[in-house]
Design a protein around this ligand. Structure first.
Ligand code: NAD
Length: 310
């Protein structure tokens, strides 16, 4: 696959809730696309969002935004899936996962009828599992089915380290890998500023990691959802793809013998370009980090096994 020169850049967003609509707005503000298609099972929401965003065009530029149908996936370079069911009172995580699996089954079936060459970018949670299920359902090569993984978590991590050291977070190089969720892990052994070790004591490190891992809980408790930073993370991935950057981003991809971990989608540093995930980068992890990565992968594999046994 390749993005044809002169072709209009088209991104489709399926699920224009808090994350989907903020992502759409972010892509527009940053001038990333020529065409932006919004879709939601609640079509009125998608129509309203498209109208609202179109009214900003006199201030922005030339992008075309509309509430579309699956047929509009036809020429899409990237199809972002941010659709999801909210947890019902008393519902277990596995039951929620089952419902999201069913939603994804129908979405991916419809997308595949109209597009066979684009890139599927998944943000819906649990993102590693939804990405794995999408990849399996699509039959597409692994490089073209990407989860947002721990890109957001790594941004939170870098922000908190920067805040502690009074440094610009863009100058902090540090990774969160593993599940986007409770079993994720910080790669302190490789965290650096200008190649030098990050000067923090154990207590500061623990505070920063817990703040990173539990950030979503705090934000959801405060305002019901998180959407600004994930929208920027999705924008970052789209830009790496559309501009053929070869950027190193911690996205979720299928691992094959990565420190002994295989057959699971999980967040690790990957090179992302116009073909999606070009390469998975091998981090020289410490023994303890490898053990934590295995634990995180085992948790996800356990959930896959539970889904398959039902
Ligand atoms: P939301 O409830 O505001 O939006 C979800 C939208 O999906 C709704 O508008 C709903 O109508 C739509 N939808 C449901 N079924 C659909 C279908 N079959 N087809 C099309 N649309 C459908 O939720 P949100 O806050 O926008 O979160 C969306 C997802 O993103 C959740 O799973 C959330 O956990 C996840 N999320 C992920 C990250 C990350 O880092 N990966 C960060 C924040 C949120």
């Amino acid at each position: 696959m390749g993005i044809m020169l002169g072709k209009k850049t088209r991104v489709v967003i399926i699920g224009t809730g808090a994350v989907g609509s903020t992502t759409a707005y972010t892509l527009l503000l940053r001038n990333r696309v020529d065409e932006l298609v919004l879709m939601d099972v609640n079509q009125k929401k998608a129509i309203g969002d498209a109208l609202d965003m179109n009214h900003g065009m006199p201030f922005l530029g030339q992008a075309k935004v509309w509430a579309g149908t699956y047929e509009d996936c036809k020429d899409a370079d990237i199809i972002i899936i941010t659709a999801g069911a909210a947890q019902r009172p008393g519902e277990t995580r596995t039951e929620l996962l089952k419902r999201n699996e069913a939603i994804f089954e129908s979405i991916v079936t419809e997308v595949l009828k109209h597009n066979t060459t684009g890139i599927l970018l998944i943000a819906s949670n649990p993102v590693d599992l939804m990405s794995y299920l999408t990849w399996r359902k699509s039959g597409w090569p692994v490089n073209r089915v990407i989860g947002s993984g721990t890109l957001l978590d790594s941004a939170r991590f870098r922000y908190l380290i920067g805040e502690e050291l009074n440094l610009d977070p863009r100058s902090v190089h540090a990774h969160i890998i593993g599940e986007h969720g409770d079993s994720e892990l910080p790669v302190w052994s490789l965290a650096n500023i200008a190649g030098g070790e990050v000067q923090l004591n154990d207590e500061q490190k623990e505070k920063i990691f817990v703040g990173t891992r539990d950030a979503a809980y705090s934000i959801i408790e405060a305002k019901g959802a998180t959407y600004y930073a994930i929208a920027l993370a999705l924008d970052r991935i789209c830009t790496a793809i559309l501009s053929d950057e070869g950027a190193v981003l911690n996205v979720s991809t299928l691992l094959q013998d990565y420190h002994g971990v295989s057959d699971v989608y999980i967040g690790v540093p990957c090179v992302v370009d116009r073909n999606g995930v070009r390469e998975v980068l091998d981090l020289p992890l410490s023994e303890e980090e490898v053990a934590l990565l295995h634990k995180s992968a085992d948790k996800l594999k356990g959930l896959i096994a539970t889904l398959e046994s039902q």
